[in-house]
Design a protein. Structure first.
Length: 80
């Protein structure tokens, strides 16, 4: 999922409790700050730049997790 600061994504943690989550913050103040997926801590992930809307976050997830992709992936929008 790609989100901007105004998006409320709390519903993901309550409604999709059994899902592995990867929520990318795409409107960050420091565009070169990146992190990798940490499913144990659910840290916020970041994209290099806010380009391509959610497609950039989806591609970043695929590239960063290429060797460990789950059998099913659902790319969803931040609104419920």
């Amino acid at each position: 999922m790609a989100k901007v600061s105004k998006d409320d994504t709390r519903w993901v943690h309550t409604d999709l409790q059994d899902w592995q989550k990867a929520i990318y913050d795409i409107d960050i103040g420091t565009p070169h700050n990146t992190s990798t997926l940490d499913p144990l801590t659910n840290n916020t992930l970041r994209t290099l730049r806010n380009k391509g809307n959610e497609a950039n976050a989806y591609l970043a997830y695929i590239v960063q997790n290429y060797n460990n992709l789950p059998s099913t992936i659902a790319f969803i929008h931040p609104h419920k």
